[in-house]
Write a protein that binds this ligand. Structure first.
Ligand code: NOJ
Length: 479
């Protein structure tokens, strides 16, 4: 790669940098101060074997007690914002709005105030996978009543925190957590209803998202003046060759993994992507079902969902090569999509089995979103890689160097409207089914120490300099 300043320019003055975490992954204090039980608490208490190291989020990085240390870390990094999530069960132990838990409400007030006192903007994800178990017992996201419960919760958050929180994400990665209704042993609630439970959950999540958006738009935006979005897993699916078949397979993979959620919200036509509708309807019919496994939106609902996001929130980690085929093993690309996918063996590997270093995939994903959805403002809401536990995280530095270079190209060479970049994650934390074996943090957390001390890894200095100068350092300055 040649000099970044000459080939790719600088990050614009209004470009924002920040870092992210999620409640279940960092907070701990799973049953303290009146917090209720979530579907992740329940699943992992009953099934420690679902996690590689048999651990869970009971204590984790203990951010519930150590949030001031987290804010210090963000300050040291020079972050403009902190993207964190609220645990629904900390505020409403059962998920019901008439039973609130004051210590939980205070916790997020304290965190928000501490951030603002340090000049850091809070960006809040309302739902990062930890549904109250009480609501799951009603069927969770497969039950349409969830739309009402989610609206109650969203209203409460806007009321209590909206005077200070100006960036909201309703949901994080519905494509990933909806898989909890399709497969066992991975995402909570671990229901084995592939091709039915996941579409049903996604359908209600989209309606719930739109409800929260309209609520904000109508009642809170006029005074609070914030923005509302939804964070979508937006990995890139590259055609294996330039054959028409492989290109069509790549499009199907993108439409089933991203379009399923983005098309109803961001496209000018609204509704599910035509190819998704066509294939799921066709397969449902062939299976002899009386109706499609993919629920249908009414005309009014299509209009209601369309346009319900103020910007596109893009999570990117990696890329896959795709060609036509059937795979029963990849829940993100259901057999309905008729694609098979794999990683190119030449792509650099990482401490995570599924993350290969494919930075140009980020540029392609950004451009795909730009073209499909009429050039929306894009914020990269997650990007990151795990390390093997060393403070000298050179592999993370190199991962960010190459990915940030692609962001610059997408801005300066492709004219995409990218306005922010978020590192996943601020801290080493509980990485779902991989437990604490995959360390995504810019900050090392000592899990053998009850005090859970945090220490900056080398990447903090690297990113700090980029945030300060708005430029990628020359590659020769590698530490
Ligand atoms: C995306 C998810 O939002 C986050 O919770 C997870 O830790 C990262 N991917 C890394 O897998």
């Amino acid at each position: 790669m040649s000099s970044s300043a000459t080939t790719t320019g600088r990050f614009p003055q209004d470009f924002l940098f920040g870092s992210a975490t999620a409640a279940y992954q960092v907070e701990g204090a799973w049953n303290e101060d009146g917090k209720g039980e979530s579907i992740w608490d329940r699943m992992l208490h009953e099934h420690p074997d679902y996690v590689r190291d048999r651990q869970n989020g009971d204590v984790s990085a203990n951010s519930y007690h150590l949030y001031k240390d987290d804010v210090k870390a963000l300050k040291e990094l020079g972050a403009h914002f902190y993207r964190f999530s609220i645990a629904w069960t900390r505020i409403m132990p059962t998920g019901e709005a008439h039973k609130i838990n004051q210590p939980g409400i205070d916790y997020y007030n304290n965190l928000i105030n501490e951030l603002l006192a340090n000049g850091i903007q809070p960006m809040v994800t309302m739902y990062h996978w930890d549904l109250p178990q009480w609501l799951q017992d009603l069927g969770g996201w497969t039950n349409p009543i969830m739309v009402d419960y989610f609206e109650d919760y969203a209203r409460f958050l806007f009321e209590r925190y909206g005077d200070r929180v100006k960036w909201w994400f309703t949901f994080n990665e519905p494509s990933v957590f909806a898989a909890g209704y399709a497969t066992e042993r991975q995402m909570a609630p671990s229901l084995n209803k592939p091709g039915v439970g996941d579409y049903l959950a996604s359908h209600h999540v989209l309606i719930a998202h739109a409800r929260a958006y309209h609520l904000y738009d109508k009642h809170y935006r006029p005074t609070q003046q914030g923005k509302v979005s939804i964070a979508l897993m937006s990995n890139w699916y590259e055609p294996r060759s330039d054959s028409t078949e492989d290109i069509a397979a790549s499009d199907r993979a993108m439409q089933f993994s991203i379009g399923l959620y983005a098309h109803p919200i961001f496209s000018s036509a609204g509704d599910y992507p035509a190819i998704v509708r066509e294939l799921v309807d066709k397969n449902s019919k062939a299976e002899g079902r009386p109706r499609s496994r993919l629920p249908v939106f009414s005309k009014d609902m299509i209009e209601y969902i369309k346009g319900t996001s103020d910007f596109y929130s893009l999570n990117y980690y990696t890329c896959r090569l795709v060609s036509p085929g059937i795979t029963k093993h990849d829940p993100a690309l259901r057999p309905d999509a008729e694609v098979s996918s794999h990683a190119d063996p030449s792509w650099p590997t990482t401490a995570s089995e599924w993350i290969k270093v494919v930075p140009w995939g980020l540029r392609k994903a950004i451009n795909w979103v730009h073209k499909q959805y009429n050039g929306p403002t894009i914020v990269i809401t997650e990007n990151g890689v795990p390390d093997n536990g060393k403070l000298e995280d050179l592999s993370r530095i190199s991962y960010y160097r190459v990915h940030l270079a692609e962001v610059l190209k997408s801005i300066h060479e492709d004219g995409c409207n990218v306005k922010g970049f978020t590192t996943w994650s601020l801290l080493d934390n509980f990485e779902w089914n991989s437990g604490y074996t995959e360390k995504f943090g810019l900050y090392f957390v000592d899990y053998s120490d009850p005090a859970r001390t945090r220490k900056a890894k080398a990447s903090v200095q690297f990113l700090k300099q980029i945030i300060r100068t708005r430029e990628l350092p020359e590659e020769t300055q590698k530490p």
